[in-house]
Design a binder for this molecule. Structure first.
Ligand SMILES: Nc1nc2c(ncn2[C@@H]2O[C@H](COP(=O)(O)OP(=O)(O)OP(=O)(O)O)[C@@H](O)[C@H]2O)c(=O)[nH]1
Ligand SMILES: [Mg+2]
Ligand SMILES: [Zn+2]
Length: 306
């Protein structure tokens, strides 16, 4: 029995890096589940596992070691199935595009709220800046300013055309999960970081405003200077998981800060008397953020009936 790191998940097998530096394809024992997590994938990229090779030469993952953290989403809001994007990560870098394709602010906020809930630091990478009109660049600046004001680090770049050496240091020595909608340029950024083609990106000639789900499995890549970058398949919706209604506001930093002054400690900021949050919507709370907050509240409502 040996300890190994899960670096690649395909449909049927899991690639692990063993302590001697070799990559071995493993099978997963059917009963391998972590108690309390119902997910479509019992094992995630970034997991530390123990493996055992049998006499027939096949290697099996026998246990998953305790996770430091993980990021999990429901595939759709009403789905009971959930999916662990990655485990034991230092940071989530959400790749977003103002346009081509449009990343919805509700999507951004749902991911950020989940990162808050699971204690994973998050940053936003605004990609494809080369494609934007002055108006779009202005909108992008405003959006960046919004998230910066909330304490989230943001960068704007063109993964395809910029020399991204400047942001390389952000990734050294850390395990970073790249996530985002399909087509925003996660794999392009990864290839740019490594200075060579590590993974497939969508064909430029076929590029259009919809992602083509080019990356179909998750894989983590080691930077020569140390650190790991995880490329993941693009995701559409981001269903949040197991949030109590009263809890949702805790994961929106500005709402949480104001809510201490609400009259009721369980205020949902939906018209209760003495609410300190609602009057600030359109003032210190961006309407887009409050919309995202409400969208998660509505989900929490639905989950009661599931
Ligand atoms: N103009 C421009 N195109 C880009 C940029 N980054 C990525 N693209 C293009 O956008 C398309 C999608 O890029 P990918 O890297 O495959 O996107 P992805 O996020 O990995 O998508 P999935 O694997 O489907 O989740 C490709 O045609 C890229 O060449 C950029 O900064 N500028
Ligand atoms: Mg990709
Ligand atoms: Zn309130």
């Amino acid at each position: 029995m040996a300890q190994a790191l899960v670096i690649k998940i395909t449909g049927s097998t899991v690639g692990v890096l063993t302590s001697d530096g070799s990559v071995v394809d493993c099978h997963i024992k059917g009963n391998l589940r972590i108690a309390g997590i119902r997910s479509t994938n019992p094992v995630a990229v970034g997991d530390q596992v123990t493996v055992e090779t049998q006499t027939d030469g096949t290697t099996w993952i026998t246990t998953i070691l305790p996770r430091r953290n993980y990021i999990i989403r429901r595939s759709t809001n009403l789905s009971k199935q959930s999916h662990i994007l990655a485990a034991n990560i230092d940071r989530l870098a959400l790749v977003v595009t103002l346009n081509h394709p449009v990343t919805a602010t509700t999507f951004i906020d749902r991911v950020l709220a989940t990162a808050e809930a699971y204690n994973v630091p998050a940053m936003l990478i605004f990609n494809k800046t080369d494609l934007f009109t002055p108006d779009e660049l202005q909108q992008q600046s405003e959006l960046r300013a919004l998230y910066e004001s909330l304490g989230y680090q943001t960068v704007a770049l063109s993964a395809l055309h910029d020399d991204i050496a400047a942001i390389r240091s952000e990734f050294v020595g850390k395990t970073t999960l790249l996530s985002g909608n399909s087509g925003v340029g996660k794999s392009t950024l990864l290839n740019a970081l490594f200075g060579e083609t590590m993974t497939r990106t969508a064909d430029i000639s076929k590029a259009h405003d919809m992602g083509m789900h080019t990356t179909t499995f998750s894989e983590m890549y080691r930077l020569p200077e140390g650190g790991w970058v995880i490329d993941t398949p693009g995701i559409k919706g981001f269903g949040t998981l197991d949030m109590q209604k009263e809890e949702v506001g805790h994961y929106f930093r500005e709402i949480f800060a104001l809510s201490r002054q609400c009259r009721y400690s369980n205020c949902l900021h939906c018209g209760e008397p003495g609410c300190a949050v609602l009057p600030e919507v359109g003032q210190s709370v961006a309407p887009s953020r409050f919309d995202s907050y409400l969208s998660i509240l509505t989900d929490a409502d639905e989950s009661k009936y599931r």
